[in-house]
Design a protein around this ligand. Structure first.
Ligand SMILES: [Zn+2]
Length: 88
């Protein structure tokens, strides 16, 4: 009763789960639209700040005004102020 078999290398489940988690990670990046408004003044938002508690939207003006504080607390800052064309 001896048949040679290569030792079954069980794929660690944790590994697969880890890969799935990476693939299904919620996309933090989504394009800001004209429907996204600054939480402070209601102007069109160009900066999205993702905090552990939720997210905040800011126009270019208020985003820059609070940027230092936001950078310290934010998980992620999406800055689309580059789309603001001067004089547009
Ligand atoms: Zn604003």
């Amino acid at each position: 009763m001896s048949y040679t078999s290569t030792p079954a290398v069980a794929e660690p489940i944790a590994d697969a789960a880890e890969q799935a988690a990476v693939q299904s990670r919620p996309s933090t990046q989504r394009p800001l639209t004209t429907a996204d408004r600054c939480d402070v003044c209601g102007a069109q938002a160009f900066i999205r700040v993702v905090l552990s508690a939720g997210e905040l939207l800011f126009c270019g003006h208020h985003g820059r005004a609070h940027r230092d504080a936001l950078d310290r607390q934010a998980l992620f800052v999406q800055d689309e102020t580059g789309r603001l064309a001067p004089g547009a």
